[in-house]
Design a protein. Structure first.
Length: 345
C-alpha cells in the first residue's frame, strides 16, 4: 500500500475552477473530485466549517454566524483568500497528507480574464502548494475534452456554458482564432427564474429552489409535446407565510429568455468574426456544445434554429473542461503549446 501511496505523491493535476463546481483531475487516475465551489465559514472565528457538497447544502439555511460563500463569481476569483483555502482543501483531500511532493498544476480559466485575475489564479495555485502553475483557457480545454481535433488546420467551434460564464471560441491549429466570453451562465438562469417567480407570483424562492426548477422543467425551446409543470414552495411576499405555486415549462422559458438570448447572441457574434475559410469548416463540422448549461432542454434545437448550423452536444458535457485540462497534464510536452505562456512575475 505504501508503495502505491508514494506513486500518487507529487502527481500532476488539472483543476477546473468553476463558478458552480470544482473538478480535479489527477494524472493517471482521471477525475478524482467533483464538488460544488462553496465554502461555509464561521464568521466569528473565521474558521472553515465545510467545503464542497456539505457546504452547498447549507446555502440559505445557516444561522447568522455561519455563511455559505461561493468564492468564484462569473468564472473569476471574487474572494482570493477563500478560493485559495478551498483549493488547498481539495488538493489535500486528494493527497490525504500534509507533506506531499509539490505537483504541477494546470488550471482552466475563462478566456476573457484580465492579467490581474490571471495572476490571482496562479497565486492561489502556488499558495495551495503547487510547484508550477500553468493556465489553459476554458474553451480550449473544453474543445480538447469534447474530442475536437484542435491541432488540425480546420475550424472547430465550441460553446462552453458554465455556471458563471459562457465561452464561445473558434479554434484552429492549437490556438484560439476568435473568442467571446460573456458573464452569463447557469447562475444567471437561476436568478432569472427566482426574479420572475417573485414578480409574477409575489413568491420569494431561494437559489437552490430556482436551480431545482431549472432542472425539472426549464427549457430553451418549445418541444411541441405536453408541457411539464412543477410545484414550487416559497414565502408569499404579501402575507409573509409559506405558499405553493404551480409553474409550467412555458413560464420558466419566458423567465430565462433574456440570458438564453445573450448566449445565442455570443454565438452569432463569434460566427460573424470568424474568418471565411473557417466558417466553411464550421458549416461542415458543426458546433460542439459543452458545460452544465448545455444540458438545458431544447438548447440544441434553439441554437440549430437560430444559427442554421449542425449542433453536437459533447457526451461528457459537464466534465469536458476538466478532461481537456487533464489531457494537457497527461501529454504535458505535446500539449504545452495550448497553455498560456508563463508571464513575467
Amino acid at each position: 500500500m505504501s508503495k502505491n501511496n508514494l506513486a500518487i505523491l507529487g502527481r500532476d493535476m488539472a483543476v477546473d475552477l468553476g463558478t458552480a463546481n470544482t473538478l480535479v483531475y489527477v494524472r493517471g487516475r482521471g477525475i478524482v473530485l467533483n464538488e460544488p465551489s462553496v465554502v461555509a465559514l464561521n464568521t466569528s472565528t473565521a474558521k472553515i466549517v465545510a467545503v464542497g457538497i456539505e457546504a452547498k447544502q447549507m446555502i440559505g439555511r445557516t444561522p447568522s454566524n455561519i455563511t455559505a460563500v461561493r468564492p468564484l463569481k462569473d468564472g473569476v476569483i471574487a474572494d482570493f483568500e477563500i478560493t485559495e483555502r478551498m483549493l488547498r482543501y481539495f488538493i489535500q483531500k486528494i493527497h490525504r497528507r500534509r507533506h506531499f511532493a509539490k505537483p504541477r498544476v494546470v488550471v482552466a480559466v475563462p478566456s476573457g480574464i484580465t492579467s490581474v485575475e490571471h495572476r490571482a489564479v496562479k497565486e492561489a495555485g502556488y499558495q495551495a502548494g503547487a510547484r508550477r502553475v500553468s493556465i489553459v483557457e476554458e474553451p480550449m480545454a473544453a474543445a480538447i475534452g469534447a474530442g475536437l481535433p484542435v491541432h488540425d488546420p480546420t475550424g472547430n467551434m465550441v460553446v462552453d456554458i458554465g455556471g458563471g460564464t459562457t465561452e464561445v471560441a473558434v479554434i484552429s491549429m492549437g490556438g484560439i482564432v476568435t473568442s467571446q466570453s460573456i458573464r452569463v451562465g447557469g447562475d444567471e438562469l437561476d436568478q432569472a427564474i427566482s426574479g420572475s417567480v417573485k414578480k409574477e407570483h409575489s413568491l420569494m424562492i431561494g437559489e437552490r429552489t430556482a436551480e431545482e426548477l431549472k432542472f425539472a422543467i426549464g427549457s430553451a425551446y418549445p418541444n411541441g409535446g405536453e408541457e411539464l409543470h412543477a410545484e414550487v414552495r416559497g414565502r408569499d411576499l404579501v402575507s409573509g407565510l409559506p405558499k405553493t405555486v404551480v409553474l409550467s415549462a412555458a413560464d420558466i422559458r419566458q423567465a430565462i429568455e433574456e440570458p438564453v438570448s445573450a448566449v445565442i447572441d455570443a454565438v452569432r457574434t463569434t460566427l460573424d468574426k470568424c474568418p471565411p475559410e473557417l466558417s466553411g469548416d464550421i458549416m461542415d463540422r458543426g458546433i460542439a456544445v459543452t458545460g452544465g448549461g448545455a444540458l438545458l432542454r431544447g438548447l440544441e434545437d434553439r441554437l440549430r434554429h437560430e444559427t442554421g448550423m449542425p449542433i453536437h452536444l459533447a457526451e461528457n458535457a459537464l466534465d469536458s473542461v476538466a478532461i481537456g485540462s487533464g489531457t494537457c497534464v497527461e501529454n504535458y510536452d505535446r500539449l504545452n503549446q495550448v497553455l498560456i505562456p508563463e508571464r513575467q512575475r
